[in-house]
Design a binder for this molecule. Sequence first.
Ligand code: ADP
Length: 481
Amino acid sequence: MTLQHYDIFKQDCLINGEWVGTADRLDVTNPATGDVIASVPKLDAKAVHQAIDYAEEAFKSWRKVTPSKRGDIVRKWYDLIIEHTDELATIMTTEQGKPLAEAKGEIAYAASYIKWFAEEAMRINGEILPAGTENTHIRVSRDPIGVCAAITPWNFPAAMIARKAAPALAAGCSMIVKPASQTPLTALALGELAIQAGIPKGVLQIVTGKASDIGDALCENAKVRKLTFTGSTEIGSQLMAKCAPDVKKLSLELGGNAPFIVFDDADVDLAVEGLMAGKFRNAGQTCISPNRVYVQSSVLEEFQTKLADKVAALKVGNGLHDGVNIGPLIDKAGADKVAEHVEDALSHGALLLTGGKRLEQGDNWYAPTVLTRVPADAKCTSEETFGPVVPLIPFDTEEQVIEYANDTPFGLAAYFFSDNLHRAQRVVDAIESGMVGINTGAISAANAPFGGVKASGIGREGAHIGIEEYLEMKYQCYGIK
Ligand code: ADP
């Protein structure tokens, strides 16, 4: 069965409840085969401004829908997504490359944010505060911020949208989503399910086209009150500057350079398992993926042997085929960066334990790789590799490894393994990171606050505070006669 047979497979933009196309279009390709699988509209700035007008109109009535009703509608969206898991996952694997089992996992994960925020709609509480004087009364309400825009990346084509759209809609905002050009089809399918769920026209719109044209229109239009972005620090910082003139509220989830530390008092098998789970998901194309792996010298030999055995056993292939653990990189540029980092580390004296080569499947493919004794000046320790490469870097003391871990402008995720409670508390306190996994490599959850410090971003997604990003406080001071 081809994707075209799914009723949720859409190749037009969702604007004000209608599917809208353009003559000028952008191809979408399957990174595993290079085949063109669809094309989507290339909207111009005028069409984006028009969508913003629709969003503003829709906001006026959506904000007045009771939280309970809004929650019900968003919850219906969740139900439909779960019901369509197989179709959504197949669309995702075909445009993004990740193994089908992972794509199904992402749909469940994306849906979990939608369920979470459907429930949070009912908990947008206000406050009554003690008054400052005898004849005043202080109340604080929390109002939806207004028209929101989301720009999302290709590595998690469903989850990055769900995390943003669900809290926005639950809060009473309208939202325009600009998915990554590589993966618009999952986004458009989610849009179709949003219509089926009864999300009113204009409340959720999905626009495709040239990223900079759409991004510029969203940033320069003063009716957009909030921009939420997940992607590179470079683009995030540009968008921040573009949103400065009318002081839009921002959430930015940007690049990482996650350290993963294995102390000599760790359960080595558990640490290997944690690294496998965190590192090789999505072929390492995850912003919280462990990028630098520091292993205390006395356990390096044991750790690297066990790890290399597991990595060498990973099955690489088309994500739609059975038993595949790792798919292709998103594109040739992604694979080129991986190759460059591996070659750079080897030229600085690192040793290759497994992988270290491009694969015969084509330009987008790279073998899962483990490098050991990687020196501190190798590129892969300071830049995000965003691929299936583990560089092992030996260290001797806790003080030294904390210094290494924090020696980066980024601070998204960090991981460490230790069975010593005192050490765990010292290290977690010292690490500069928005999220820390302690004896685990899997940290993402809808009920936890996801986000970074330093150049990794601003704001948090998920948890009860995730909805705050779409609300503004209003302090009401009543004078009483
Ligand atoms: P990645 O390395 O994940 O592709 P990017 O920051 O380049 O990270 O892309 C993340 C999202 O930002 C994608 O939706 C992409 O299309 C969009 N994007 C890229 N360049 C711009 C830009 N100049 N203005 C607005 N959005 C952009």
